[in-house]
Each structure stands twice: as structure tokens, then as C-alpha cells.
Ligand binder design. Sequence first.
Ligand code: UDP
Length: 237
Amino acid sequence: MEKLELLYEGKAKKLYRTDNPDILWVEYLNQATALNGVKKDAIQGKGQLNNQITSRIFDELNKNNIPNHFQEILSETEQLIKKVDIIPLEVVVRNVAAGSFSKRLAIPEGTPLNFPILEFYFKEDALDDPMINDDHVLVLDIATQEEIDQIKTIAFAVNKALLNLFKNIGIQLIDFKIEVGRTEDGILLADEISPDTCRLWDIDSGEHLDKDIYRRDLGDLVPVYQEVLDRLEKISQ
Ligand code: UDP
């Protein structure tokens, strides 16, 4: 596979074309951002941690037959993915109250929810990614009803698989965000799944093992992400 020109540079990743029109080459960057890009820092070692964590998570989702874009890991910071047309939605699943949910509804962080819930956010920087409902998704022509149903099925299947995976390594999955894309073969899970996109709390200590370390200035993110990778590596050996 040949790495060709740069197609897109996001907040934490670069996407390159390859000699196969259906496959893209991703490079994970040493970049952390929060608050829609307002807070931004270079963090040595973060790119390789997220690339390796997300690759292991996608391996696990493959075992659970969840349709996704992941092809293979190439190096510490690079992987190959299937090209998809990203649907401009951030799909959040929550098991426990935290973050914006806790703030908006005055429900203390750590309160378990009676069942997993799903929220859609419209990915539109200029609007600050507002939360929207199914009717908004339809009326704005973001996705069809059939696609909404497929997206929800994928999101809850990811939740089930990840709850299990993280429980096995002593981590409680509080919530996470996924993105999905269209291909000729239907909707695929896309983007990354890492401590940047999940809230992960140590089951014993309650310690944050995710990007809240950075968002809330709680300390150094690198050893925490390394801990998540070490635990994932231990169970896949
Ligand atoms: N999340 C994300 N990207 C975003 C917003 C949220 O990956 O742009 C993830 C976040 O890491 C958490 C979940 O989605 O695991 C729910 O985030 P929340 O709505 O509570 O927002 P926050 O408190 O991070 O602003």
C-alpha cells in the first residue's frame, strides 16, 4: 500500500490517500484539544497511544461482528481504514451521568442511569455541536430513518462490547462518543475509540483514565493513557 497526498488534517489526525481508492492512511498526531479546539496542546507520545488503543478496541469490535472501518495497524502512529462518507453526527452513549449530561440536568457525576441512553449532536463547529433529536436529524437531511435505526443498533452494540472489554481490565465505561459513515455496503462505525472519546473510570479507585485529565487539568495524560494500553495488552496476550 502506498501513502499518497494529504487529504485532510483534523484536530488529532492526518488522513492520506493511498493507491487503493477505498482505503485511507491515518496518522495519529501528538495533539490534544478540548472545548471545541479552544484548549490545544502538543503532547509527546499521545498519537502512538491513541493509535494503539483504538486499534485494539477495533480488533475487539471485529470479534463482536460490529461493522467498522478499521483495516490494520501499520506502525506506532499509523493505521489503514476504509474510506467512508462521515455522517455529521456525534453519537454519544451514556451508562453513568457525567460531563455535559450532569451539568445540563443537575445530576451528580457518577449516578448510574437505569438503562444506557443515546444522544445525537450535530457536528458543526460554527454552532458548537448542538444536541439534536431524531426529528432534527430527519428534517436537516442528515440521515434517513433507516440509517438512524442502524446507527442506534451499532452504538448500543459498541456499548455492550466495550462495557465487557473494559470491565475485564478493571475499568468502568461511563460514556463514549462514536462517529459513523456511509459506504456502498451500508453504515460503518468510523473514527477513533480511545480515552479521547470515552470516559473511563478505574473500578477500584474511581480515578479518571481518560481525556478529563486534560480537559480538567488533573495531571499528565500520557501515563494514564499508557495504563489503559498496558491493561488492554495484558488481556490480548
Ligand atoms: N466526546 C467526544 N468528543 C466531543 C464531545 C464528547 O469524544 O466532541 C465524548 C466525551 O469524551 C465523553 C462523551 O463523549 O466520553 C460525552 O461527552 P459530554 O457530552 O459529557 O461532553 P463533555 O463533558 O466532554 O463536554
